[in-house]
Design a protein around this ligand. Structure first.
Ligand SMILES: [Zn+2]
Length: 153
């Protein structure tokens, strides 16, 4: 299951990627491109834009009811029965939604801060934007936040 989020739903998109669900941003301001991308790549459109729905009548969409992020995520998880599997967390780049590759500690030596290199063993890298991921504080905070949201389901 893949998604395309409109540009009001950046945080939702990021957390869906974190869960391991491929989610792209809509091209800004162009409803037709959004519809095409949805059809070409079989992506469900997530949108809070009722005018867009009225004017373009997309086939495959979910109107996101809340403007608050946790409620948005809960709506999507419930609607599509998304799997919350900690093994799938951080398998996609949070920026471009591409599958991350495992990289060795040696490979990232010159690319991450020294304290990160010294304190972490496992690293993943995005083949598209080259961003490097490790299970640091930011990751832990996102996981924690996610588990709080999920526990309210
Ligand atoms: Zn990336």
């Amino acid at each position: 299951m893949k998604f395309i989020a409109d540009n009001m739903l950046g945080k939702l998109a990021k957390y869906l990627r974190m869960l391991g669900y491929d989610t792209v941003f809509s091209p800004p301001g162009n409803a037709r491109d959004l519809i095409h991308l949805s059809k070409d790549e079989n992506r469900i459109i997530l949108t809070r834009n009722s005018i867009f729905i009225r004017d373009h009548k997309p086939e495959n969409y979910l109107f996101i009811e809340s403007q608050h992020f946790p409620d948005q995520l809960i709506q999507v998880v419930k609607k599509y029965g998304l799997e919350i599997n900690i093994d799938k967390f951080f398998t996609l780049c949070l920026i471009c939604s591409k599958p991350l590759l495992q990289v060795s500690k040696e490979e990232v030596k010159e690319k991450v801060p020294e304290n990160i290199y010294l304190n972490f063993e496992k690293f993943r890298q995005c083949p598209s934007c080259s961003r490097i991921y490790w299970c640091g504080g930011h990751t832990r905070r996102m996981e924690k936040k996610l588990m709080v949201i999920v526990s309210s389901l």
